[in-house]
Design a protein around this ligand. Structure first.
Ligand SMILES: Cc1ncc(COP(=O)(O)O)c(C=O)c1O
Length: 356
């Protein structure tokens, strides 16, 4: 069959990729195909459709029989909806200072969710029970917002990864203080790929209560889900999602994307590939004198420090961002569609610019 006629024109070169963000990538062809399959006919709106129903089974196959998914539009929305479900008006969220909810969500947790964030500086983006204790106190003190949930990111903003044991220790510590644990899993697939364990090993099996499960960075067009893993004490999710403007009317098109990723192994193939490209990149640049890799490269991000003028020249050839411009720190991200050639050309360009 001929493809449907369209008047749309291509406004970009589909062979050009950079290292700015896994969000710069397009949509995995298998996800696009799944969207086409879900198209046509009428389906009940707002989540009562066959695709969302099937997604629940897929989610339960990963996370066990009590898991329930609430598809949403984006990661900020997932975090804001999830955290509201476990924080009272007088409560607070403990998180790393570098957490996306603290630095990259435009104040949405505070302004949309009304959430008070209690932040802790970390050396590598990871919280520990000891670091949590810097903010975990004063539950009976009405002068202080009451810590009610610990939010960690897996992988972290700095590309580091918690082991299942580290997450278990955080959950045991948080639960002993009556706090829930939320995971910002915008890159949960990348964590599972590098740990080489099922998703549940470092989420519900480790004690995590609820999760923001990423799809966009893993090859979706858009779409994430709040996944309630342990329903105890988590209520009104449906109402919170609508109130927070994250209820998609044509939800089948969010759900089918997550289903396409998670029903078989597309999520893992995509994440493994992105991680492998980051390893290749790290190995390539590690040998370059004057370039320092800042954190262990475990997933699909490489953070490096190099001379500012070199980065500026390199940015004219490949897109990427400064992370801390004053320090000369940059972030290079790989995606499901990054190729070995992309990496090798980038490393060669870096070598050239360093030698100039
Ligand atoms: C750790 C983390 N959480 C959440 C998000 C989701 O953000 P968005 O609202 O842009 O989908 C991102 C995106 O960059 C992220 O890196």
């Amino acid at each position: 069959m001929n493809p449907p006629r369209t008047d749309a024109r291509r406004h970009h070169d589909p062979d050009v990729r950079g290292f700015a963000s896994d969000n710069y990538a397009g949509v995995h062809p298998e996800v696009l195909a799944a969207l086409a399959v879900a198209n046509g006919g009428h389906q009940v709106a707002y989540g009562e459709d066959a695709y969302t129903e099937n997604l629940q089974q897929v989610i339960r196959s990963h996370f066990g029989p009590t898991a329930e998914a609430f598809p949403v539009f984006n990661g900020t929305g997932a975090n804001v909806v999830a955290l509201q479900a476990v924080v009272d008006r007088w409560g607070a969220v403990i998180c790393a200072e570098s957490a996306h909810i603290n630095v990259d969500e435009g104040g949405a947790p505070e302004r949309v969710g009304g959430l008070k964030l209690l932040t802790v500086p970390t050396p590598d983006g990871k919280l520990t029970p000891e670091l949590i204790d810097r903010q975990a106190y004063g539950w009976d003190d009405e002068h202080r917002a009451m810590p009610q949930v610990v939010s960690i990111a897996q992988t972290t903003e700095l590309g580091t990864v918690y082991t299942p044991d580290e997450i278990r220790a955080i959950c045991e510590h948080a639960h002993a203080h009556g706090m829930k644990v939320h995971v910002d899993g915008s890159r949960l697939a990348n964590a599972a790929a590098t740990l080489d364990v099922p998703l549940r090993t470092f989420t519900n099996a480790a004690g995590v209560d609820l999760l923001s499960l990423g799809g966009t960075k893993n090859g979706a067009l858009f779409g994430e889900a709040v996944v309630v893993l342990n329903p105890d004490g988590i209520r009104h999710m449906k109402h919170l999602r609508k109130l927070s403007m994250q209820l998609a009317s044509k939800m089948r098109f969010v759900s089918v994307q997550l289903e396409a990723l998670l029903a078989r192994d597309l999520w893992l193939r995509n994440a493994r590939h992105a991680n492998e490209m980051a390893q290749r990149l790290a190995e390539g640049v590690r040998a370059v004198h004057g370039v320092e890799i800042l954190y262990p490269v475990r997933a699909n991000a490489v953070f490096a420090r190099l001379p500012h003028d070199v980065s500026e020249r390199l940015q004219k050839r490949f897109r990427f961002y400064f992370w801390d411009e004053a320090a000369g720190d940059v972030r290079w991200m790989c995606a499901f569609d990054t190729t070995e050639d992309d990496v090798d050309m980038f490393v060669a360009a870096l070598k050239e610019e360093m030698a100039r």
